[in-house]
Ligand binder design. Structure first.
Ligand code: ADP
Ligand code: F6P
Length: 327
């Protein structure tokens, strides 16, 4: 193997830049030529690639977003798109491809490998933490940190106004961002797609807290409670107001700030180690693998096997989130 390429695809996530940094520098150190593909599969299809040198990835380790840019690219799901992507790789003599992205991006890479024999290695990059084969995905820890800071700021103003707040966080249909945010902020209630909404329970908590003179409640809800991932907080707020008329309550949607700002050290370390591991796999001519972390050890696994795993819901954390805020 002499030439490899790296791309970021789907929703950007903090830690992607650290992974790019490690892929580029470890590949160069190992004597490989390395190309950066702009805007994910879109750039691969359009031939928008550039040869990377060590200086190109200087000072990016901590930065949110991705210096290679990202895109959603439905064209890759057509045969024409696939053939154009393969052509870019073959025309430039690129033998291995590192794809940093979420479930969809890794599915796309697996398809290119299966159908055209391209050597691919996936790195899990998504704030959603919805890839079951790995304990953590790049960006999750940073996104949770943003949410925790936001909730702590909200709490200051909510509590002194005897006001409650419904806070919506991202994560698609995975409740991990909501769950970790709730635990780390001592939120009074948490609603995740894996369990669903129990409105009576939430209303009961608010009324019980009111009976002991506590009027501020933070209720964290995952966006995936709404089938479109939009409007979950507003919808829940309306249901609460209907049952507790006159309640002083506000909605807050954390939105895209979750994907911005500096990566946490955990995400930087994860990005560096996963990037190195991906290049090592390619050097060993391993293909059709994804890199992950389990019990603090970086590993690689067959992509189909990995994507076939089901996300185990952390029921004990969900119960703990409730047990610790009972008054
Ligand atoms: P993420 O990678 O964050 O899950 P998406 O689901 O939007 O984000 O996927 C990113 C891109 O990966 C898509 O725009 C498309 O190019 C490609 N992709 C997604 N799903 C598939 C699939 N099932 N088969 C082939 N390519 C896919
Ligand atoms: O997959 C990452 C994610 O941030 C989800 O949590 C969220 O639902 C979605 O992407 C938002 O997508 P977009 O940036 O296209 O609005």
């Amino acid at each position: 193997m002499k030439k490899i390429a790296v791309l970021t695809s789907g929703g950007d996530a903090q830690g992607m830049n650290a992974a790019i940094y490690a892929v580029v520098r470890y590949a160069l150190k190992s004597g490989l030529e390395v190309y950066g593909v702009n805007r994910g599969y879109k750039g691969l299809i359009e031939g928008d690639i550039k040869k990377m040198s060590a200086i190109d990835v200087e000072d990016i380790l901590h930065k949110g977003g991705t210096v290679l840019k990202t895109a959603r690219c439905p064209e890759l799901q057509t045969e024409e798109g696939e053939l154009a992507a393969i052509k870019t790789m073959r025309d430039n003599g690129i033998e291995g491809l590192v794809v940093i992205g979420g479930d969809g991006s890794i599915q796309g890479a697996a398809r290119l490998s299966r159908k055209y024999g391209i050597k691919i290695i996936g790195i899990p990059g998504t704030i959603d933490n919805d890839l079951a084969y790995t304990d953590y995905t790049l960006g999750f820890d940073s996104a949770v940190s943003v949410c925790v800071n936001a909730v702590n700021q909200l709490r200051d103003t909510m509590s002194c106004n005897d006001r409650s707040c419904v806070v919506e966080v991202m994560g698609r249909y995975c409740g991990d961002i909501a769950l970790y945010t709730a635990l780390a902020t001592g939120a009074e209630a948490v609603v995740v797609p894996e369990v669903g909404l129990d409105i009576d329970k939430i209303v009961g908590t608010i009324l019980h807290n009111r009976s002991i003179g506590k009027y501020d409640n933070i209720i964290i809800i995952a966006e995936g409670l709404s089938p479109t991932c939009h409007g979950a907080a507003q919808n829940l707020l309306e249901q609460i107001v209907e049952r507790i008329p006159g309640i002083n309550i506000r909605p807050f949607v954390t939105g895209h700030i979750q994907r911005g700002g500096n990566a946490t050290v955990q995400d930087i370390m994860l990005g560096i180690q996963m990037g190195e591991h991906a290049v090592k796999c390619l050097l060993e001519e391993k293909t059709n693998r994804v890199v992950g972390i389990a019990n603090n050890v970086i590993f690689d696994e067959d992509v189909q096997k990995a994507l076939g795993r089901k996300t185990p819901f952390q029921q004990h954390l969900y119960e703990l989130a409730q047990d610790l805020v009972k008054y």
